[in-house]
Design a protein around this ligand. Structure first.
Ligand code: GDP
Ligand code: GDP
Length: 445
């Protein structure tokens, strides 16, 4: 089943992002190894012991806004309440307990969700300062935790508390062999229609995820291709009335759905062509490293000639140039055209993203690649590549050890990626390549 979601809430500047970064640790640097990643993540996976959960930094949702603090807080609290299983409420010991903290506490209590109150910036080692005790006044069930996000002290206690509050009873077990599919796209692209169409008579369970109040609705389907769990994000629109809210919520919902998914179906409305919003939504899938299929829906509404598909393909490839790996399928949820191609395609891209290549095969490929195109050199120094190994799948992630990260230009990385794709396929999935420098950088020709 889905990983529990933990949201960090609190006034600006209390240290939410600092804690977020601390908790997600190594993950961030791996994310940054993907070319073209610029957006700060507000959503990431964290681990403690054998448990995995997902953390949202609600402060990052709306970095710039003229809203009053309280209004921003209300939005954050709403998101946290609607989406999270556990809420981390952060205060600042240097500021002490302030009026806004009390207001937030009231909002959070109304949610009925478990709240872990953390008092941040308790940097000094030793006795907890007296100011800490005033936070008991907020009256949460759980004892507050003193924290220094900067130094990392107290984060162990916090992680223990998170694990205590989360329900991991469904973790992974019932999920084995199930392919999670997120259907993402702007409102009205046809997400619900396509889910209805492809789930049709195969549909077995239609329900909210057991035991949570999350908004995304999951639909489980079993057929000759496997067991699929579709995550619908369409509920968004009906939840809020204000226009800019819709945008914000839909992006966050899409983020959450994508994080839980193995494969993303990126729905594009053929009538509108590819829009900026589509680019943004597809970017979420790419940055999360998920296998993806681009589905151009409402193909029945388009007047076509010999060139229509080529023209569409070209536009999509240009707009989504960062994801050339994603196959494009032209369908109509209304007439059912090519809908039957979707399952085999999902299965295929999932298998591609799950593939493991042995180190032996990778190094044969590497030697071959280096013979054909010599590694770059600069100022008499040449890039030496020692070896390559696959460290994980979904997406396939490779580490290449070399003498100099600096010399490993983007173009050579791209070349190696192309060699990997030419040899092994990986159709439908992004590939991550991590470059690691090893040993002394003393190579000169
Ligand atoms: P956010 O707005 O709640 O996300 O807060 P940030 O994470 O951006 O932190 C605001 C400021 O507080 C930054 O200057 C941080 O370096 C600082 N800060 C965060 N955590 C701590 C801490 O544990 N101790 C101290 N002394 N400063 C911290
Ligand atoms: P969602 O917001 O992405 O879930 O979109 P919906 O599934 O609710 O569809 C939005 C509208 O587009 C509805 O009126 C659907 O009937 C219509 N629609 C969806 N798919 C198609 C299609 O393939 N062809 C046509 N002509 N209309 C479609």
């Amino acid at each position: 089943m889905a990983k529990p979601i933990v949201a960090i809430v609190g006034r600006p500047n209390v240290g939410k992002s600092t804690l977020f970064n601390k908790l997600i640790g190594e993950r961030r640097s791996i994310v940054e190894d993907t070319p073209g990643v610029t957006r700060d993540r507000i959503y990431a996976e964290a681990e403690w012991g054998e448990h995995k959960f997902v953390i949202i930094d609600t402060g990052g949702i709306e970095p710039k806004s003229d809203d009053t603090i309280l209004k921003q807080m209300r939005t954050q609290a709403e998101i946290a309440v609607s989406s999270a299983d556990v809420i981390i409420f952060m205060c600042d010991i240097r500021m002490g307990l302030v009026a806004d903290d009390r207001d937030i506490a009231i909002m959070l209590k109304k949610s009925g969700k478990p709240v872990i109150l953390v008092v941040n910036k308790a940097d000094s080692i030793g006795a907890v300062p007296l100011e800490f005790y005033e936070f008991y006044e907020l009256g949460f069930e759980r004892e507050p935790i003193a924290l220094s996000s900067l130094h990392g002290t107290g984060t162990g206690d916090l992680l223990d508390a998170i694990v205590e509050e989360c329900d991991f009873s469904n973790e992974d077990k019932s999920d084995e062999g199930v392919i999670n599919v997120a259907v993402i796209g702007k409102p009205n692209a046809g997400k619900s229609s396509i889910i209805n169409r492809i789930c049709g008579e195969d549909r077995m369970i239609v329900s909210d995820i057991a035991g949570t109040t999350r908004d995304a609705v999951d639909t489980r389907v079993e057929n000759e291709y496997g067991v699929f769990n579709f995550i619908d994000t369409a509920g968004i629109r009906r939840k809020s009335k204000v226009e800019d809210r819709i945008e914000k919520f839909s992006v966050l919902r899409a983020n959450m759905a994508v994080e839980r998914a193995d494969v993303c179906l990126i729905m594009i409305d053929a009538g509108d062509g590819i829009t900026e919003q589509d680019e943004k939504i597809a970017g979420i899938s790419h940055e999360a490293g998920k296998a993806a299929i681009i589905i151009v829906n409402k193909w029945d509404t388009i007047e076509k000639d010999n060139n229509t598909v080529n023209e569409f393909n070209r536009k999509i490839k240009t707009a989504l140039s960062y994801m050339p790996y994603a196959p494009i399928l032209y369908v109509s949820a209304k007439t059912g055209q090519r809908i039957s191609n979707i399952y085999p395609l999902i299965k295929s891209v999932y298998e591609e993203s799950s593939r493991r290549i042995t180190t032996g095969m990778l190094n044969d490929l590497l030697n071959d690649a280096m013979t054909r195109v010599q590694p770059p050199s600069d100022k008499g120094k040449r890039l030496k590549i020692y070896y390559m190994t696959q460290v994980s799948s979904n997406p396939p992630t490779f580490v290449i050890f070399c003498n100099s990260e600096e010399l490993f230009h983007f173009s050579y990385r791209r070349y190696i990626e192309n060699c990997l794709r030419d040899t092994f396929g990986f159709s439908g999935t992004p590939i991550k390549i991590i470059i690691r420098q090893k040993g002394e950088d003393n190579s000169s020709d």
